[in-house]
Design a protein around this ligand. Structure first.
Ligand code: IVH
Length: 700
């Protein structure tokens, strides 16, 4: 039996009013999660379904349209109205630990990396559930305040941050330049009062303090921000002209001296047990604290260690967030919707009776795949326990079997793609079993796949084309305006001669059209790694795209390289061999590239695209170092540092670290007990040096 949402023509007026109210809150929360926090809780398709249902109900009951209706929010999201400013120092995120084992691994990893036998001192402090901001002080004056944005580029919200009383406008005896980072949040009591006032004024209530803080901070009119009870805890820093302390603890003491609020619950711990004990203490106090926290952050105290540890991808090696367990709730699963993604993967999504889970209204949960549904025997109409942890997509934990309806039947996973009708199959994996993911075989002829690939191509982390978001891509695709990535870049030309002009479309004006064309033109020289990432080739994530970009140099270089690769028979000869020598590139990537370039339609689409764009090559990391551009290989046991640390340092100096020796290797650094690689390097006449010689060369 399916308890699908009630057909709109069957709704009574009071049911419609209640649902519109719920949709307004829900959509606003999703808007905040998506635009403000970079952490969407539902897929775009699910979001669109909500908006569509809202619109359809409003059409049926025009007298019930609310003042805060999502349909009235026109134009670009607020974020587009704040100027974008690059961060001088990237704003990182944190890796997560979910249990004691993860914490032990974290501590062990650090000791190993630093090659230390004695214990490392950590600080442990609450993880505040708000929004991070970076405050730049020059000669003691607050001059620039940015949101985190995507970590590399933030939005200028200086005026709004100025209104927060916890943020001093001047600081004394500080370094010439210092960026103080921390969390803007709203205290629980202040949030409750604010919501009462909002409701009394007939305005929209916020779902939780975090959303309230987000909504308040991103006001165009800073007077509104000033009227909202925002607070700020300082806990980190960005650019600093001259480090005024040498430990995390020391920095926090200075922050306090300069007039910032710092969290009063930090503890210094030098064992895993001590960290966990402090975590448990904080967890016990969680409910009684006047601000929301979602875990405890552990940081290496010594700043020289922090520096040596550096970061991997987007998170520092020297810190981790130990998250509190997920919050759970019980609700009814009304339907199972099958979504089709960029790679054709069919993902089942549970459509739930909306339920509040730890302050967030949840109406969708991922069911992952067919096996997961069968393993948990999840059926339409079931009462289910769902959970969410932080910004992770909500999940169905289990079914409450004794509440199951007698008439319920097991869910039958579709054998065809719900969008294009092509067969949906589970490929055989390497071990002869069947892959967990069921995929539509329609390729680009499947509108869902084509559209999802286009959305990925224009997305923030890829080509980052302002004004061309998921909604526009869908509309343009539907109207036949944009069917492949190259079409985006011919839009303007076609618009000149076309009959139905872009500016006559709903949601577009002459200004937004000219802005869009300008953004598209800018994207023609988007950085090569982003361009490659945007192609959506399987197994080519951001990191791999960066490695490939460095290897091929230019867009044309990539085109040639891919074709050479596809034409080669052997997995590890010729072009593939040099490529595979790069640390971080494995067979999977080579195979994925070969597959991509073996499909004529991919080659054609890429060719057409490269006729329109000229991605910018990657800048060399450091060209003045003696090892810049050199291919180096480490072998044997190093004594001064671990292999990982050595590789990171070499890469930072612009060297290309390879895992194997070939005639192209420039330097082999042989640690103790070096074996076959050293032998091969000597045979090939490659320069070899000891660890000490290497350190001298790089001036360390
Ligand atoms: S340290 C280099 N400390 O958590 C890492 N972050 O999930 C600097 N956060 O983006 C962050 N409380 O917005 C740090 N006590 C705390 C924090 C904290 C909350 C946030 C921060 C960060 C996010 C990572």
């Amino acid at each position: 039996m399916s308890i699908a949402p009630k057909a709109i023509d069957k709704l009574t007026a009071s049911e419609a009013a209640a649902e519109l109210a719920r949709l307004a809150t829900q959509i606003a929360a999703h808007d905040a999660a998506y635009h403000l926090d970079d952490a969407p809780e539902i897929s775009d398709a699910a979001y669109d379904a909500l908006s569509q249902r809202n619109d359809a109900i409003e059409q049926q009951f025009p007298e019930l349209v609310r003042d805060d209706s999502p349909s009235k929010k026109v134009g670009a999201p607020l974020s587009e109205k704040f100027a974008k400013v690059p961060h001088f120092v990237r704003m990182l995120s944190l890796g997560n630990a979910f249990n004691d084992g993860d914490v032990a691994d974290f501590v062990a990893r650090i000791s190993r990396f630093l090659k230390l036998d004695e214990p490392v001192l950590f600080t442990a402090e609450p993880k505040i559930d708000g929004l991070s901001a970076s405050l730049r002080y020059e000669k003691g004056k607050f001059v620039l305040g940015l949101t985190r944005g995507d970590g590399a580029v933030g939005e200028n919200i200086t005026e709004n941050l100025m209104t927060i009383s916890d943020i001093p406008h001047t600081i004394k005896n500080a370094p010439d330049v210092i960026e103080i980072r921390g969390e803007v949040y709203m205290a629980k009591a202040a949030f409750a009062t604010l919501n009462q006032t909002q409701e009394a004024k007939g305005e929209q209530a916020f779902a939780n303090p975090r959303n309230a803080a987000a909504g308040s901070l991103r006001q165009l009119d800073s007077k509104i921000t000033a009227a909202r009870p925002l607070a700020f805890f300082a806990y980190a820093w960005g650019e600093v002209s001259h480090m005024p302390a040498d430990t995390q603890t020391g920095m926090m003491a200075l922050f306090k001296k300069w007039g910032f609020q710092v969290n009063p619950l930090p503890e210094q711990c030098d064992t895993v047990e001590a960290l966990i004990l402090h975590y448990e203490r904080i967890e016990q106090r969680r409910a009684s604290l006047d601000y929301d926290i979602d875990g405890v952050v552990y940081k290496v105290d010594r700043l020289d260690y922090q520096e040596r540890l550096g970061f991997v991808s987007r998170a520092p090696r020297w810190a981790i967030a130990h998250k509190f367990p997920a919050e759970q709730a019980t609700t009814i699963l009304n339907d199972i919707e099958i979504q089709v993604g960029r790679t054709g993967a069919l993902t089942p999504v549970a459509k739930l009776d909306p339920v509040n889970v730890g302050g967030v209204v949840v109406s969708n949960a991922t069911l992952h795949n067919q096996d997961e549904i069968e393993r948990k025997d999840i059926r339409i109409g079931d009462t289910v326990v769902i959970q969410r942890a932080g910004d992770v997509i909500p999940q169905v934990v289990r079914v409450l079997i004794d509440k199951r309806l007698k008439t319920s039947k097991p869910f039958v996973f579709p054998k065809v793609c719900p969008v294009c009708g092509s067969a949906a199959v589970r490929a055989e994996d390497e071990k002869g079993g069947s892959d967990v993911v069921c995929r539509c075989t329609g390729g680009l002829s499947c509108p869902a796949q084509a559209v999802e690939r286009l959305k990925h191509f224009v997305s923030r982390r890829a080509m980052d084309i302002d004004g061309l978001g998921a909604k526009q891509i869908e509309a343009f695709y539907e109207d036949g305006l944009v069917k492949s990535p190259a079409d985006i870049f011919t839009l303007q030309k076609r618009d000149k001669t076309g009959l139905k002009k872009l500016k006559d479309r709903e949601g577009f004006g002459s200004l937004s059209v000219s802005n869009l064309f300008a953004a598209i033109d800018t994207a023609r020289s988007q950085k090569l790694p982003r361009f490659l990432f945007g192609l959506g080739i399987r197994h080519v994530g951001e990191t791999t795209a960066g490695l490939i970009a460095r290897h091929v140099g230019t867009g044309e270089g990539f085109f040639e390289f891919g074709q050479t690769l596809a034409a080669e028979e052997e997995a590890a000869t010729g072009a593939a061999a040099d490529f595979l020598a790069i640390d971080g590139i494995g067979e999977t990537v080579v195979t994925a590239l070969r597959e991509f370039f073996s499909e004529t339609h991919n080659v054609e689409a890429l060719r057409a695209l490269l006729d329109q764009v000229d991605p910018a090559p990657v800048a060399e990391v450091k060209s003045d170092s003696p090892v810049a551009g050199k291919i180096v290989v480490f072998t044997g046991t190093l004594t001064q540092m671990t292999r990982d640390e050595a590789k990171v340092r070499a890469a930072a100096l612009g060297a290309k670290v390879s895992g194997s020796v070939s005639a192209k290797t420039d330097i082999l650094i042989a640690g103790e007990k070096a074996g076959s690689k050293l032998k091969k390097a000597t045979e090939l006449g490659v320069t070899t040096m000891t660890e000490a010689e290497w350190l001298e060369l790089i001036g360390s």
